[in-house]
Each structure stands twice: as C-alpha cells, then as structure tokens.
Design a protein around this ligand. Structure first.
Ligand code: PEP
Length: 245
C-alpha cells in the first residue's frame, strides 16, 4: 500500500503526518507500507519513520548516476537518503514532462541498479479508453517500459495500473475494470517472463482509491495493493486504506 504525496507537504508537515500515522500503523504485518514524499521531505520522512513498518520512496529519479543534469536526482542519492522504493513513469510525469516508455525502461534499470524497488506506472487516458484502445496502450507501455528488463530485474518490480481518467478525479475504476486491466498486464508479464514471475508480480491499482472503495478493489484476486494519491495525505484516511490490505 503506497502513498504518493505528489507536490504536497513541507518537511514540517511530513513530521506531523508521521506523528499521527506511526501509532496507527504499528503492528501492520500483512503488507508493505510505503510513503513517497517530495525529494525535499524525504529526510524528514526517513527520520520520522525510522523503527516503524513504513518504508520511504522517491517519486521519480534520473537514470544517470551523476553528472551535469541540473535539477535531477539519481537512484543512489535516494538510497543514500534512506529510500527503498521509487515511483517510475507516473502519469503526471508522462503528461507534464513528456516521459516516454523508453525513458521508463532506463529509469527502472537505474532504480534497480541503485538497489531500489521500482513501482512502474502504466495506464490509459480517457480518450484511449473511449476509443477502445486500453489494451493496446497497456501492451505498448509494457513492451516499451518493462519487457526489456532481465528476469531477475523484473522480479523486483511492482507495477501500478493507474487509468489516467481515475487519478485525482474521484472517478475510481470499478473493481471489474481494474481486475481486467491487471489480468491483461499479468498475461503480458507471463508471455515475456513466464508463469512464476507473473504470479509473483505485485500489481497495484491507483486512481481515486478511498476508504469507502478500497475493500471492494482489494477483494479482486488480480489486485495486490493500491497506489494512493490524495487519500494518503491524512493519517486517519490512509490507515483505513492500509488496513484493507
Ligand atoms: C496517484 O497520484 O498516483 C493517484 C492515484 O492519485 P489519487 O489517489 O489522488 O487519484
């Protein structure tokens, strides 16, 4: 169960979140719990979550290890700051920063080389779903962003299916729609990496997950967890989602 804080919360606000969240999440053993704050709030999150079950992740990374790349942060820096996870190719990165499938692959490989667990995001836009192109989009994103990994690399990756029309809109995919898409992604994984790898793959659903819809989603065999934006910003709300795992 992963929270994506997007461009919200200062370091102080991050510390305040964990003061509320730590006692609530204590004892959670049935899932991994991950929070992805902004780069600047990572040190505060790592310090506040130390000794708890919550793991910290970045929201993005660059593929080079170092160099003249103004404004970028690499996987090794995230690890040095205490991160274990990183989001790759969130739809907001694809939409506002033109990130491509080829870049997704490079970033995923760089994350793995640094020792991070990548959560690679895929998902169709509204016009693509309306135009009957959902399958094609997911197959292309898998082929361009993930199929180039080795089997060993792929075993460390989680995928988040995030239909773009459901992110931040309050319009969640129905459990059946999400399960269909997850099934398709898993079958692409099976074709490329084999049955065992596909069965072990964790596919998270993301898109307006809230306490009142999470249980129905988690009942689907195909859905292994959630990537949560807005509803991860408040400890009382996010804990209800975590408990649904
Ligand atoms: C996200 O940011 O990945 C997301 C799914 O956002 P929200 O839960 O707010 O739709």
């Amino acid at each position: 169960m992963a929270g994506n804080w997007k461009m919200y919360k200062t370091g102080q606000e991050t510390t305040a979140f964990f003061a509320g969240f730590n006692p609530l999440v204590a004892g959670t053993a049935n899932c991994d719990v991950v929070i992805c704050p902004t780069f600047l709030s990572i040190p505060a999150a790592v310090a506040a979550a130390r000794g708890t079950v919550t793991q910290i992740g970045g929201q993005n990374l660059f593929w080079a290890k170092e160099g003249a790349y103004t404004g970028e942060v690499c996987g090794e820096m995230l690890v040095a700051a205490g991160c274990q996870w990183v989001l790759v190719a969130h739809s907001e990165r694809r939409q506002y920063f033109n990130e491509s499938d080829a870049e997704t692959l490079k970033k995923t490989q760089a994350a793995l080389a640094a020792g991070l667990n990548p959560i690679v995001c895929v998902g169709e836009k509204l016009d693509e779903r309306k135009g009957g192109k959902t399958e094609q989009v997911l197959i292309e994103q898998f082929a361009g962003g993930l199929a180039g990994l080795t089997e060993e690399q792929f075993s460390k990756v989680a995928i988040a299916y995030e239909p773009v029309w459901a992110i931040g809109t309050g319009q969640t995919a129905t459990p059946a729609i999400a399960a269909d898409a997850h099934g398709l992604i898993r079958s692409e994984a099976e074709k490329r990496f084999g049955k065992e790898a596909a069965a072990a793959l964790r596919i998270l659903y993301g898109g307006s997950v809230k306490p009142d819809n999470v249980e129905r989603l988690m009942k689907e065999e195909q859905i292994d967890g959630a990537l949560v934006g807005g509803a991860s910003l408040d400890p009382q709300t996010f804990i209800k989602i975590v408990k649904a795992a």
